[in-house]
Design a protein around this ligand. Structure first.
Ligand SMILES: NC(=O)c1ccc[n+]([C@@H]2O[C@H](COP(=O)([O-])OP(=O)(O)OC[C@H]3O[C@@H](n4cnc5c(N)ncnc54)[C@H](O)[C@@H]3O)[C@@H](O)[C@H]2O)c1
Length: 371
């Protein structure tokens, strides 16, 4: 029976991954500092964490603790990160310290105690804007919107001649375009792990998660996933607040599918050295998602379209998951409707403090929300 270490394993994705791996007979150790932003001011062990997990409450930057956590370990999932895009644009030192430096500490320990496989959580955010196509079939992979156009509420992407571009599925080969410190730190985590993995013969896999959703996502963390934010607004009988015009396209993937993809990344030998998009393969607008969430929660509340824009936000990005299908044998099993019902069942009985207004004020006071 193999011993696995999951850093950040008390969090949303890590807790599901622990369940998935325990179900397949692996032994699971978790290193997680139960950070207050995710786990609340008391930093209690979350009730959803599987009791069979061997939990070490330590910081990823504590080299001694990391070395101890690695003893007898066959494979490592590195999931520790602070995860707020907007927040990363002003808490520069904290993001760089936990995400980048924390990864360096883990890798130094892995050089001393190599493992059979390292899987690192990367993110769709490394792409910035997704891939686009012009009316003549040309591909556009490194484009951005100007602040000027956003001030005019001109939300879509335009080609060099001003043509409207159409978003298409983004494959792993698209050039990264790092629009936030969070994205930069995720790319750094991914590249550092692949680079050091190659140099020291530790087969490494990067997993670029799209918007994961499901039970256990920190509802009161205003920097977390969009569905958890909408859910906590709705549970407080408030309208979900949507930036721009709500027509942004995203891929929402059930956390159960994410957990399965992660298991495959460890088990499939051919995955070594590669990065994979992990999504559902379907895309929805942010407005559609807010409406569907309200429906599932039985709330007749329409989302509020604010017309505001967040610095660092992108317009459309959804993945091409062919590589994960072909190499990992990954196939998403949970559709959006079933996933939302699963989320709603968990939400029933959860207390969600809606702190999203605080987050918006914080960003606005720094000029990071425009409009
Ligand atoms: N949830 C998503 O949709 C999504 C999308 C793309 C990428 N990711 C990536 O997946 C990973 C997991 O995301 P999640 O949604 O489960 O986040 P999460 O916030 O629920 O979990 C992160 C865990 O890391 C722990 N942690 C934070 N700082 C730490 C430190 N200094 N030392 C030790 N532990 C620390 C937290 O206590 C938390 O339990 C992250 O690397 C994130 O960047 C997530």
């Amino acid at each position: 029976m193999k011993q696995i270490l999951i850093t950040g394993g008390a969090g949303f994705i890590g807790s599901h991954l622990a369940d998935e791996l325990l179900g397949k007979g692996y032994r699971i150790r978790v290193l997680d500092n139960l950070s207050s932003q995710v786990h609340g001011p008391d930093r209690k062990v979350p009730p959803y964490l599987n009791p069979e997990v061997d939990l070490i409450v330590e910081d990823i930057r504590n080299a001694d603790a990391v070395r101890k956590a690695l003893r007898g370990v066959d494979a490592v999932y590195h999931l520790v990160a602070i995860v707020g895009v907007g927040q990363s644009m002003y808490e520069l030192a904290r993001y760089t310290s936990v995400n980048n430096y924390g990864t360096a500490i883990l890798l130094e320990a892995l050089i001393e105690q190599p493992v059979e496989r390292l899987v690192v959580a990367s993110s769709m955010s490394v792409y910035g804007e997704g891939l686009y196509q012009g009316p003549d079939g040309s591909t556009h992979s490194n484009i951005e919107r100007t602040l000027d156009q956003l001030r005019r509420n001109d939300w879509e992407l335009h080609g060099p001649k001003g043509d409207l571009l159409k978003p298409v599925a983004t494959p792993e080969w698209k050039t990264p375009s790092l629009e936030s410190l969070y994205a930069l730190s995720k790319y750094d985590q991914e590249r550092m792990c692949l680079m050091i993995g190659r140099a020291y013969n530790i087969p490494t896999v990067g997993m670029r998660f799209f918007n994961a959703f499901g039970p256990n996502q920190a509802l009161s963390n205003p920097y977390t996933g969009v569905l958890a934010i909408f859910a906590s607004r709705l549970l407080n009988n408030k309208a979900p607040l949507i930036f721009e015009d709500g027509q942004q396209l995203r891929d929402f993937v059930s956390v159960h599918d994410v957990a399965r993809a992660c298991r495959l990344a460890m088990e499939v030998p051919q995955a070594a050295g590669k990065v994979f998009n992990v999504g559902s393969g379907s895309q929805y607008t942010v407005s559609e998602i807010a409406r569907k969430m309200a429906q599932v929660l039985g709330k007749r509340i329409e989302p509020e379209i604010t017309g505001k824009y967040r610095v660092g936000d992108i317009r459309h990005c959804f993945p091409d998951i062919a590589q994960a299908r072909n190499v990992l044998g990954y196939a998403p099993e949970v559709g959006l409707e079933d996933g939302l019902v699963d989320l709603a069942a968990w939400l029933d009985g959860q207390i969600a403090f809606d702190r999203s207004s605080e987050m918006r004020e914080e960003l606005a006071s720094r000029g990071l929300v425009v409009g």
